[in-house]
Design a protein around this ligand. Structure first.
Ligand SMILES: Nc1nc2c(c(=O)[nH]1)N[C@H]1C(S)=C(S)[C@@H](COP(=O)(O)O)O[C@H]1N2
Ligand SMILES: [Mo]
Length: 204
């Protein structure tokens, strides 16, 4: 994946700290900084034009404006994150709305979701990987509004999977009956992306 990026990754720092194998998945090393990995330019959608929608296999599509979204109950949570390019970062603290909260009113028989974004990026996930307290629509990092390069105003955060599943600048979720490979998945990355099973590439 690295060859697709020109900036933000070369300055990585390997920490001297001993990696705890219970915290750091196989093949990963720890970083202190927060690398930026974006497959294109950073979109800057004004908040008054931003919305988040749930579409596809759903009886009544759902939509929130920024104000409506920010009025939803949110949670602060601390998780480790793992990028397929092998850096991991422990104890990152975020604030966001649980995907369970967003899908509370959704009546669907769909088994999969596609996250779609400002820009052409998409990623696919089984619905059960973003429900049950495992994923958030995050709008703050480390107590500050989420920086545009890290996906602000809001990004998906699915910390138990490789970070390419955590779609930055996400604008909605499409509920689908069949799984459709997203941006990296269609370029040869794994459909599921569990870092503990080193599901980096298709066939892993
Ligand atoms: N919309 C969008 N989301 C994205 C990406 C992207 O290029 N565009 N890159 C993915 C990848 S490969 C990674 S590792 C993480 C990086 O998040 P960060 O830049 O905040 O570290 O975002 C993911 N989400
Ligand atoms: Mo990545």
């Amino acid at each position: 994946m690295g060859r697709f990026f020109s900036r933000g990754f070369r300055g990585r720092q390997r920490t001297q700290e001993q990696a705890d194998p219970d915290r750091v998945p196989p093949g990963q090393y720890l970083v202190d900084g927060f690398p930026v990995l974006s497959a294109g330019p950073t979109p800057r959608t004004p908040l008054d034009e931003w919305d988040f929608s749930v579409v596809g296999e759903i009886d009544t599509p759902l939509r929130w404006t920024w104000e409506e979204f920010r009025a939803l109950p949110s949670e602060t949570f601390t998780r480790d994150i793992h990028c397929v390019t092998k850096w991991s970062k422990l104890d990152t603290t975020w604030e966001g709305v649980s995907i369970d909260t967003l899908l509370e009113r959704a009546k669907t028989a769909a088994g999969y979701v596609q996250a779609f974004c400002d820009g052409a990026y998409t990623t696919n996930l089984p619905l059960e990987e973003v429900t049950g307290g495992k994923a958030w629509l995050a709008f703050a990092y480390d107590g500050e509004p989420l920086a545009p390069e890290h996906g602000g105003p809001a990004r998906l955060l699915v910390p138990h999977l490789y970070l390419w599943k955590s779609a930055k600048w996400v604008r909605g979720i499409r509920l689908m009956n069949d799984e459709e490979p997203g941006f990296w998945e269609s370029l040869g990355y794994h459909n599921h992306g569990d870092p503990w099973r080193e599901q980096r590439y298709r066939g892993d």
